[in-house]
Design a binder for this molecule. Structure first.
Ligand code: AMP
Length: 200
């Protein structure tokens, strides 16, 4: 399969929308938002102003970074859409995830709830199907994501997932290490990316 290495221009952040999250997670979201802005990498995110989402987006925006929020109409009020940054309002969750994928060169996963889990599992399942090779970095403070990694390993041990799937992401424990880890991976574009979301 032909691949082309390119500079990373954008990163999609999947993260929690809860304002009650550990203040360490909220502070880390701010560090990562600023880190993306300082590196000249555009932040693509779910468009809300709440929880870790709001924290990462405000920090990137305040550090003069490019930010694109993508939010479905029904969540504009609930997730308090950030109107101070570029945003696109879509009809539903599927459109949101598709556009977030298409507009992003790479992905950062912060602690989150069921919504974040859903987004991560879809992203990695597309990777498993070789539909993309976009870099994925998990911010994994105090082992937050270990139960998920264990579950993935369990599916490998049961011969339901190929062992090389476990190489599909990088995990770091310090917020400061997230953007350098992302940039260190570069960007490889698979021709099959165009198949994601194609109709018919
Ligand atoms: P949570 O981790 O549950 O706080 O959710 C984080 C973000 O994921 C929020 O912006 C949710 O609206 C979003 N989300 C939840 N489920 C989905 C889904 N099925 N598709 C796209 N986004 C989702």
């Amino acid at each position: 399969m032909r691949r082309e290495s390119q500079r990373l221009e954008s990163a999609c952040v999947f993260c929690g929308s809860s304002d009650d999250a550990d203040p360490q997670f909220l502070a880390a979201a701010r560090t990562i938002g600023k880190g993306l802005a300082d590196a000249g990498v555009k932040l693509v995110y779910g468009g809300g102003g709440v929880g870790l989402m709001g924290a990462v987006a405000r920090a990137a925006h305040e550090a003069n970074g490019d930010v694109l929020g993508i939010i479905p109409t029904f969540l504009v009020g609930k997730e308090r859409a950030l109107e101070t940054v570029e945003h696109i309002i879509v009809d539903n969750m599927h459109e949101r995830k598709m556009l977030m994928f298409q507009r992003s060169d790479s992905f950062i996963i912060l602690p989150g709830g069921i919504g974040t889990l859903e987004e991560v599992v879809e992203l990695l399942s597309w990777r498993r199907l070789d539909l993309h090779a976009k870099p994925v970095v998990f911010y994994n403070p105090r082992g937050f994501w270990e139960p998920l990694f264990k579950l993935f390993q369990h599916t490998v041990d049961e011969r339901l997932t190929p062992p090389e799937f476990m190489q599909a992401w990088v995990s770091v424990e310090a917020a400061e290490d997230v953007v350098p880890a992302l940039l260190g991976q570069g960007r490889e574009r698979y021709p099959s990316e165009a198949a994601v979301g194609r109709r018919g």
